[in-house]
Design a binder for this molecule. Structure first.
Ligand code: A3P
Ligand code: MG
Ligand code: MG
Length: 375
């Protein structure tokens, strides 16, 4: 049976829980996971460092492109087994079971939250019910096909350009971070950052407990770096994480709209797991870094609301009310006491948002809920 949910649904109130980090884990340059949080912090969490004098040097964000170490897309769809291994380790070390309604990746919830202003993008998720919780993941097959289609163009020159743009996002992350706090770095280490082999294997993943309305969520999301230091336990509620982004420099009024759309997605991505700062590197068409802006995540809704052009205005509160309503609907509609599989889709053609029960598929279930996790 298909259950549909109207796109104009909005929660009356959006009682938000401040995200609280439970633990973090990392993926290293060889694609291996590190669950020891001290080791992950020491080896895979980097520190923001981008002085103006360095920006003035006209850094080429396309530099080193031919050495890009890129993970194959099929290995980069969000690794549920790694996440659940982290959950298992955390439960074993604290002796307490994590009690939540929904377990998922931040990227998927970003798509859900931004849907009112992204009505052209489809969604295809799988929901696996296990142990009274909903595990939400991508429909990997469809997601992979979509990514492959998006990266293929009729014109090979355009293809190459798109790949370079993607590379420049990772290159910006490499040149604006240090492996240790600035004060602990040698001059050589500081100067080495422009020579680093750029890769998208390395990830530092923060796992937070958060909530909206009555629904409790456990979200895992990649974080780019730290602003300054790791607060001692209990002293700060939110870690001092930074999201790094790139954008084309804004030279014409028409380009403002594209930037605002990207800033909105960056806000959603950061807000959901409590990342407090967003740093944008603006580059020109030749991928030269021209300037850098720092935004506080909590100020972005005010920036976007004050857009002069009413036709392109994005209202973060409106998106949050949709998100609150849809999360509550998913949580209420899917019975948690029967271990079934569901699919959740948004089809831009028919503008329909729905869930439907799937036939049991042990391969899909076992790909998420492993025997080890069940123990
Ligand atoms: P930019 O966001 O600066 O363009 P993230 O910012 O989420 O950490 O991702 C880092 C970089 O990965 C992005 O840099 C972009 O180059 C690439 N990237 C992320 N998501 C992408 C997507 N859906 N399609 C293409 N590239 C993507
Ligand atoms: Mg990142
Ligand atoms: Mg980033």
């Amino acid at each position: 049976m298909i259950k549909t949910f109207p796109l104009n649904s909005r929660a009356k109130t959006t009682a938000l829980k401040q995200p609280k980090e439970l633990f973090a884990f990392a993926r290293d340059i060889d694609g291996e996971y590190i669950f020891d949080s001290t080791k992950a912090q020491q080896e895979n969490l980097s520190y923001y460092y981008l002085p103006d004098a360095y920006v003035d040097k006209q850094i080429d964000l396309g530099g080193g492109y031919s050495n890009f170490k890129k993970i194959p897309e099929e290995q980069n769809l969000g690794d549920f087994q790694a996440l659940l291994k982290g959950v298992m380790n955390h439960e074993q070390s604290t002796g307490a079971k994590i009690n939540t309604d929904i377990v998922t990746f931040r990227g998927l919830m970003t798509k859900l939250l931004t849907l009112p202003y992204n009505l052209k993008d489809p969604l295809d998720f799988h929901i696996i019910v296990y142990d009274g919780q909903l595990f939400i993941k991508n429909n990997d097959e469809i997601e992979l096909k979509r990514r492959q289609q998006n990266s293929q163009h009729d014109d090979p020159t355009k293809d190459e350009m798109m790949k370079k743009f993607e590379y420049s996002g990772y290159k910006f992350e490499a040149i604006s971070t240090l492996p240790k706090p600035w004060g602990d770095c040698s001059r050589q280490l500081i100067e080495k950052r422009n020579k680093k082999v750029v890769n998208n294997y390395e990830q530092y993943i923060s796992v937070v407990r958060t909530g909206i309305g009555k629904v409790k969520l456990l979200l895992a999301g990649e974080v780019d770096c730290l602003w300054d230091y790791i607060p001692e336990d209990g002293k700060d509620i939110l870690p001092h994480y930074v999201e790094l982004k790139t954008s084309k420099v804004i030279e014409a009024p028409g380009q403002v709209v594209n930037f605002e759309k990207k800033l909105f997605r960056t806000w959603a991505q950061s807000f959901l797991i409590g990342i407090r700062k967003i740093v944008y590197g603006f580059r020109d068409d030749n991928l030269i870094l021209r300037n850098v802006e720092v935004y506080n995540t909590e100020e972005v809704p005010i920036m976007l609301k004050d857009t002069i052009n009413v036709n392109t205005k994005i209202v973060c509160m409106n998106a949050l009310k949709w998100y609150g309503a849809v999360i509550e609907w998913i949580n209420n509609e899917i019975p948690k006491d029967i271990d079934k599989l569901w699919s959740l889709t948004y089809d831009p053609g028919s503008k329909s948002f729905s869930i439907v029960e799937l036939v049991q598929d042990s391969e899909l279930r076992n790909s998420v809920i492993t025997e080890e996790f069940k123990q």
